[in-house]
Design a protein around this ligand. Structure first.
Ligand code: GAL
Length: 552
């Protein structure tokens, strides 16, 4: 009876990607891009599959073996189906999938939603269902869907990924969908409706600056308003922020004797951030030290904790950081990390992590109990990249996580006028806007009139507000800031959602410092995300009185 009811519900209720039982914890696996780029072939991939088993990676949880760009032939076959590059994969893609499965692993593959992949091989645009059917026939379990050339699709990212989701469902095969879009705000436009993970960053490189920058896209305020304290509230079982694949074992900038600590810092960050753990090193020649980092059981357990809370910062002074990730067993994981080049002491006090009194502390890398500590714990003399990954507290009822930013602070929730500067932006690239002031912090003035409300920008600046389909009009007055004395031109544009669809709702054209202000008063229909853009470099401009009007 229960089964019958469930069956009927499944047939009638749209199932959100995050509810379909896939990726309840961050996906773990290996991907070919970081080490081989497009230089992959049958021999290498089989050897990697073997090494995933013999190195203990598979048993540590790394299940998906994902072939990135470079696996396919330049032309589709006579039935429009994708085919393997005949030189690299003479046995075909089903055979390599069978081999991967025979090792107790799952099979992942790369495609692109544009006309071509980033390596200019056939993309899926216009062939969405055929390609998803082909992948299902080959036994694919995971698809990384990239976004090169998708700006020519004329579809918004949310439309593209919803289409893939539908096509995947059409195959009847459970397949994880990984959104690869260079950090284009999938958390904002509802990536979790379609996919299990989405990139938050541009590509990661094998040096620590890049690793810290990628981590910041998920943990810090680089991609979202600082009030959110990173993207943690958008992650959870079945939907994860992806700061890109691991470079553990590939690091180029750290001196030899510092490599292990740098590798560990990278891995600890990905684990505390509940990031997907897709190894990207050559497993055939992996050193013992790298293997130990990638398979550290107690550090992985933090990443894979079933409660699925993404860790968030409770302290950050630019160099020293403290992260907290409440776990399902009543304890909490804490990372104390020194990114700076001076030695430092770092303290976590229990009141910052929902605990009090005397608490047991365990070192998760050393796998030893450090004892009981009253009110706080201090790690002393941490050099650059040095850190402590700890478990604090006793088993029991789960400790509460931080409060998420409530909807009314970042979406339109009521009838009438909502000033955008009364909402937090949900995505940002390049210069973040100033609120109710010019970019330089002065009152916004246009043609002798002072505006109390508005957004002060400096090109290049692009940011999104989540209006959730509740805004019927958008109104603002735009002008180059009167402080500007240069000759550069500025251009204000309002987009529906993101750059990919190029759905420009309003365009000021080029404006100089002498151009009169322009008024915007446009109708919005079913717009979920408004993206405001000011180009070009160094030109300051204002969106005065920027507001949406909701008639219902
Ligand atoms: C990039 C993507 C990389 C890799 C590459 C393949 O767009 O971010 O992770 O997949 O394309 O060409």
């Amino acid at each position: 009876m229960v089964c019958a009811v469930l069956f009927v519900m499944l047939l009638t209720t749209p199932v959100c990607a995050s509810d379909d039982g896939l990726a309840r914890t961050p996906p773990m696996g290996w991907n070919s891009w970081n080490i081989f780029q497009a230089d992959i072939d049958e021999g290498k991939i089989r050897a990697i599959a073997d090494a995933m088993v013999s190195s203990g990676m598979r048993d540590a949880g790394y299940i998906y073996l994902v072939l990135d760009d470079g696996w396919m032939a330049e032309e589709r076959d006579e039935n429009d189906r994708l085919v393997a590059d005949p030189k690299k994969f003479p046995g075909g893609m089903k055979a390599i999938g069978d081999y991967i499965h025979s090792k107790g692993l799952k099979y992942g593959i790369y495609e692109d939603r544009g006309e071509m992949t980033c390596q200019q091989l056939p993309g899926s645009f216009g062939y969405e269902q055929i390609d998803m059917d082909t992948f299902a026939d080959w036994g694919v379990d995971y698809i990384k869907m990239d976004s090169c050339f998708a700006e020519n699709n004329g579809r918004m990212s949310s439309e593209d990924y919803a289409l893939y989701r539908k096509c995947i469902e059409g195959t009847g095969r459970p397949i994880v969908l990984s959104i690869s879009d260079f950090g284009n705000g999938a958390w904002a436009w509802g990536g979790k409706e379609s996919a299990q993970l989405w990139r938050t960053s541009y590509d990661i490189h094998p040096w620590m600056d890049s690793i810290y920058a990628c981590a910041e896209t998920s943990a810090g305020n680089q991609s979202i308003h600082p009030a959110f304290n990173g993207l943690w509230q958008f992650a959870g079982p079945g939907h994860w922020n992806d700061p890109d694949m691991l470079q553990v074992g590939n690091l180029k900038d750290a001196e030899e004797e510092r490599k292990e600590v740098a590798n560990r810092a990278h891995f600890s960050l990905w684990c505390i951030l509940a990031a997907p753990l897709m190894a990207g090193n050559d497993l055939r020649t992996m050193s013992e030290s790298t293997g130990k980092v990638l398979t550290a059981p107690e550090v992985i357990a933090v990443n894979q904790d079933p409660r699925g809370i993404q860790g968030y910062k409770v302290f950050d002074d630019g160099d020293r950081e403290v992260y907290n990730k409440p776990l399902s067993d009543g304890t909490t994981a804490v990372l104390l990390l020194n990114k700076g080049d001076e030695k430092a002491d770092i303290t976590v006090s229990w009141d910052k992590i929902g605990l009090s009194g005397t608490q047991p502390v365990r070192d998760l890398w050393a796998r030893v109990d450090l004892g009981e500590f009253k009110d706080s714990f201090t790690a002393r003399g941490l050099g650059q990249h040095e850190h402590k990954m700890l478990k604090v507290g006793r088993q029991g009822p789960p400790v509460p996580a931080a409060a998420p930013v409530p909807l009314e602070k970042y979406t339109v929730t009521r009838k009438g006028e909502t000033y955008l500067s009364d909402l937090y932006y949900i995505w940002n690239a390049e210069n973040a806007p100033a609120y109710d002031a010019t970019f330089a912090g002065e009152p916004i003035r246009i043609a002798g009139r002072t505006f109390k409300k508005g957004l002060g920008c400096k090109g290049r600046s692009a940011f999104m507000f989540k209006v959730n389909g509740r805004a019927d009009r958008f109104r603002a007055v735009v002008a180059i800031d009167e402080s500007y004395e240069g000759e550069e031109k500025g251009r204000f544009r309002v987009y529906n959602e993101d750059f990919f669809a190029n759905k420009v709702l309003w365009d000021s054209g080029e404006m100089t410092k002498d151009s009169p202000a322009k008024e915007i008063d446009i109708e919005l229909k079913n717009v979920q995300i408004l993206m405001l853009v000011l180009e070009d470099d160094d030109v300051p401009g204002n969106w005065a009185d920027a507001r949406v009007i909701s008639e219902n």
